[in-house]
Design a protein around this ligand. Structure first.
Ligand code: EPU
Length: 337
């Protein structure tokens, strides 16, 4: 095991923040991972995956374990389904492309989401009508304290909207090393009801879309409104869409009749945070090197050399302003470090 010192994490977080790791170790196999957890058990660890859902506001004192475990394999098959195991360090979108190449269906709507396979269950990534939990079979994880290996099945994971047990009671306790997905081999069940996907397929005059067509539609939609972290640093949606009571929603609608909404249950309604932030006047606002994306107000951006703390302060200003104008609290989706 090689431990490097004062390593810049700029290439390893999609916000492109230049924070330093005091100690850094690139992990490419699980044996080394167990060994380092055991021999350095007097230390605290910072687990780094694809770096796509974090805002670094300071240097990291803990030992950074950069999970770069690689490999994709079919581990089981039935007449209709295939079980594919991908190691945690595989890039999420490359994994989606691998599945499309093999005509395995289920994650095409999750095309182009930044990050790695291993972090996908942590916040139950989701887009365009599909969530990770819909295709999740199990994941393997190592207990940081005693290095025991454990398999988590879907019911163990407490999946919810951008939530799982790994963000709650098991936060910081396990390192996910691989994820196994249950995908379809044929008769793929397509999810094309999302307005923008329907429109995109219509524009291209595709009547009987394949999973590749759906993926291409999603890629086109994402590219039209979400910034590519290679060009502009960002972490996708910075905030979660707030879920409020019907009573609170009726009050909001009385003041803002054009507010969009999605019914969550008989008593709860989800409101797009992007709409609230745009309505509060933040969309496209730029402060020196940081600001709010001009095509999707839910995304905060680093235009160059922004400091994490500046972006954090902006996020707080946005939260306070939304509270003042709409009396709604919006939570961050991104982990603030
Ligand atoms: N809207 C605005 N202004 C904006 C952005 C959005 O008014 O600047 C309103 C519009 O009414 C629009 C609605 O919000 O119709 C919904 O916008 P969009 O379809 O872009 O979806 P979202 O709710 O803003 C969520 C996810 C995205 C995911 C899309 C598509 C969350 C926090 N975000 O965004 O996820 O791609 O749906 O399914 O749930 C991510 O997590 O990083 C991410 C990009």
């Amino acid at each position: 095991m090689v431990i490097e010192h004062n390593v810049s994490l700029q290439p390893f977080n999609t916000f492109g923040i230049d924070a330093k790791a005091k100690q850094y170790c690139n992990i490419t196999n699980t044996t080394v991972l167990s060994e380092i957890l055991k021999t350095k058990n007097d230390q605290s660890f910072f687990i780094l995956g694809g770096g796509s859902n974090m805002l670094l506001t300071k240097d990291i004192e803990a030992l950074v374990l950069h999970i770069n475990l690689k490999g994709i394999e079919v581990v089981n098959e039935t007449d209709d389904s295939v079980f594919v195991k991908a190691m945690a360090g595989e890039n999420w979108h490359q994994f989606v492309l691998w599945c499309l190449k093999h005509n395995y269906g289920g994650i095409e709507n999750l095309s182009l989401i930044p990050g790695n396979v291993g972090t996908s269950p942590i916040q139950n990534i989701g887009a365009y009508g599909v969530e990770l939990k819909d295709v999740f079979e199990s994941c393997e994880a190592i207990n940081i304290k005693n290095q025991d290996s454990r398999i988590f099945y879907k019911d163990d994971c407490g999946f919810d909207y951008r939530e799982s047990v790994f963000k709650q009671e098991l936060k910081g306790k396990y390192i996910i090393t691989s994820v196994t997905f249950k995908l379809s081999k044929h008769h793929h069940k397509l999810h094309t009801a999302y307005g923008a996907i329907k429109q995109q397929l219509q524009d291209l005059q595709i009547n009987n879309p394949t999973i590749k067509d759906v993926s291409n539609a999603v890629i086109a939609i994402r590219q039209s409104k979400l910034p590519d972290p290679k060009d502009i640093g960002n972490s996708g949606s910075f905030f979660k869409n707030p879920v409020i009571s019907k009573r609170q929603f009726n009050k909001l609608q009385a003041n803002f009749p054009d507010v969009p909404s999605y019914i969550v249950s008989d008593s709860m309604v989800k409101v797009p945070a992007g709409w609230l932030i745009e309505r509060a006047g933040f969309k496209g606002k730029r402060f020196t090197d940081y600001g709010v994306h001009n095509k999707q107000a839910l995304v905060l951006v680093n235009h160059g050399n922004a400091k994490g703390i500046d972006i954090y302060n902006l996020s707080q200003l946005i939260q306070k302003t939304i509270k003042r104008i709409f009396d709604i609290s919006i939570e961050t989706e991104v982990n603030i470090i």
